[in-house]
Design a protein around this ligand. Structure first.
Ligand code: MG
Length: 215
């Protein structure tokens, strides 16, 4: 991989170990509606962007209850339980390592921006990031536009940046913006799906840094 000037981390499933919580919260929504619950395998198989298609694959009938209402129910329930999710165990050591090397790092997330800012603060990570790039929509959405703006603001050559994420969407965004990409399967997508994308797949954040010559 080429030399790196700036690292973009995905948040959910890459720094925050919360795929299990997303599945569990959705199962609560399904139980309340007397619909069958999902296994973690099923969740990873059908979760994807755009989120509305994921909701359709779950089997929700938008005639009965709108996507908007269901999405808000999920967000409310996730918010109530968000403290149950922790960072992956090598997050702090990896962020420290990047900081010690004097490289810039930011978060590029499909998550709502103000929630992302609050969560990063709650996990005590404020001092690590040059910037946080979330979304201004309620629902998780395409993060390519935010990524494009972030690259422009930094004034960096996209090919000297890397997006480290856990989903197919991370690979698509990196390709669209000309960034390098490393995938760490975090539970939101099955490893089988991620291995076919043409980007390195590793098992930890420190392994990703090792691949970049920063380990
Ligand atoms: Mg993610």
């Amino acid at each position: 991989m080429k030399n790196i000037d700036h690292i973009f981390w995905d948040w959910n499933g890459t720094l925050l170990n919360d795929a299990w919580l997303c599945c569990d919260v959705m199962n609560g929504i399904l139980r309340e509606r007397e619909m069958p619950e999902m296994s973690m395998e099923r969740y990873a198989e059908i979760f994807d962007f755009p989120i509305i298609e994921y909701y359709k694959r779950i089997g929700f009938d938008f005639e009965k209850e709108s996507f908007k209402k269901l999405g808000l129910a999920f967000i409310d329930a996730y918010e109530q339980r968000r403290a149950e999710a922790s960072l992956f165990e090598d997050v702090l050591v990896a962020l420290d390592q990047v900081k010690a090397l004097g490289l810039g790092q930011s978060i590029l997330s499909a998550y709502k921006h103000d929630t992302l800012v609050r969560l990063v603060d709650e996990h005590g990570l404020n001092d690590y990031f040059h910037d946080l790039h979330g979304h201004h929509h309620i629902y998780p959405a395409d993060k390519a536009p935010q990524g494009k703006l972030a690259l422009e603001n930094l004034g960096v050559d996209p090919s000297r940046t890397v997006l480290i994420g856990d989903t197919v969407h991370d690979a698509e965004v990196a390709e669209e913006l000309g960034m390098q990409c490393i995938i760490i399967p975090g539970g939101n997508h099955p490893e089988s799906k991620l291995r076919g994308l043409g980007h390195p797949v590793v098992t930890s954040r420190m392994e990703a840094l090792g691949l970049l010559g920063l380990g």
